[in-house]
Design a protein around this ligand. Structure first.
Ligand SMILES: [Fe+2]
Ligand SMILES: [Fe+2]
Length: 367
């Protein structure tokens, strides 16, 4: 079925055009890559996988409870409005929230693909171009998988959130070549990764768990790349140039925290915008969720050298300053491990089933 028919409300146009301001760059130096970047490129090639095969698409999903996450995660929970809802309405609300969230993941993955392609085009060195070409493919696979999940298993899509679109547009329109890394790899992907992780670790539904665990395995490489490339580059920038980047980060962080929280879902349920915003503001679960959304961004910006006074103060105000001390390498290593462990468990279970089938066949033959 065409996506158009599955949108809760139609996007204003089928295409979105963002004029580009930067240069395409070629490098004639083919033999002088940085070892760490080339190692990441090699890893990107070695670790390609096919979502059509690795993910078990036969698993059924209950559209009225696609993720199995706690109802507290929805901002209506515990409000007078919630008390009046029937079980059926609550199921519809779960479906819409899951659709909204995964739709933002889907649009974000498309954005990541376009930004990775932009980096192929604009980065000055060939090692970064090679690596980003593998990431472009990774992001295409991610978009494919989220799109399939929404079309086949939920049957409902939300358009891109206005503020996510605005940040993506700012990231792409900027002519400085590091901005797609900063806006996309650090901010948007950092947020997405934290959200993926929270759902991966709380869902009891095998299909979304597989999708999130496997996508996160790839994202660990993407974050590693953003950190390496930006850390090297930001060492050479002047204080004024660094402050500009920090302002961009501060603005982006506030925008994502305050404006990317699914108010449009509640509006679809007939709740006026102002009331919907109040509910969202009051939800304790959401307050915690919104802080945890920064768990991947804060240590990353600190690590790449954007750690000026104003940025530190912004993180104190957001209540996320301490997250700067969390160990990103450890988080990334865990993301890779969780995906590998899931594979091992699934394939061990398949092997057991296969052996049992053979045994049964032999027994029936003997009988
Ligand atoms: Fe991705
Ligand atoms: Fe990514």
């Amino acid at each position: 079925m065409s996506t158009h028919e599955l949108y809760t409300r139609a996007p204003s146009a089928t295409n979105w055009q963002v004029p580009s301001a930067g240069s395409a760059r070629f490098s004639w130096e083919y033999d002088d890559g940085r070892d760490r970047l080339l190692a990441l490129y090699q890893k990107g090639k070695d670790k390609q996988w096919d979502g059509a095969k690795r993910i078990d698409w036969d698993l059924e999903v209950d559209p009225l409870d696609p993720l199995g996450t706690p109802d507290e995660a929805m901002s209506l929970y515990g409000t007078p409005h919630w008390a009046k809802m029937t079980e059926r309405d609550r199921g519809e609300l779960r479906k819409h929230y899951a659709s909204w969230q995964f739709s933002q993941f889907l649009h974000g993955e498309q954005g990541a693909m376009v930004c990775a392609a932009r980096i192929v085009e604009s980065a000055p060195d060939l090692d970064a171009k090679f690596y980003s070409a593998t990431q472009t493919m990774d992001e295409a696979r991610h978009a494919e998988i989220y799109g399939r999940f929404l079309h086949e298993k939920i049957g409902l899509l939300y358009p891109i959130n206005d503020n996510l679109q605005a940040l993506l547009g700012d990231t792409l329109r900027d002519s400085r070549w590091d901005m797609p890394y900063l806006g996309m790899q650090v901010l948007i992907e950092g947020l997405a990764l934290a959200a993926f992780g929270m759902i991966r670790d709380t869902t009891d539904k095998p299909l979304p768990q597989q999708i999130l665990a496997y996508v996160m395995q790839d994202e660990a490489r993407h974050v590693a790349f953003g950190r390496m490339a930006l850390r090297d580059y930001y060492r050479q920038l002047s204080d004024a140039e660094l402050r500009e980047r920090e302002e961009f980060v501060i603005e982006g962080c506030y925008l994502m925290r305050d404006r990317l929280r699914g108010v449009e879902v509640l509006e679809d349920f007939g709740i006026p915008k102002k009331q919907a915003e109040e509910y969202t503001e009051q939800s304790e679960f959401l307050a915690l969720f919104r802080q945890l959304l920064f768990s991947r961004i804060v240590p990353c910006v600190k690590d790449i050298g954007l750690w000026g006074k104003r940025l530190q103060q912004a993180y104190v105000d957001l209540g996320v300053f301490e997250l700067g001390d969390s160990n990103l390498d450890l988080l990334m290593a865990q993301d890779e491990e969780i995906a590998e462990k899931l594979d091992a468990e699934r394939f061990a279970a398949e092997e057991r089933d296969r052996v049992a089938e053979v045994d049964a066949a032999i027994r029936s033959g003997e009988a």
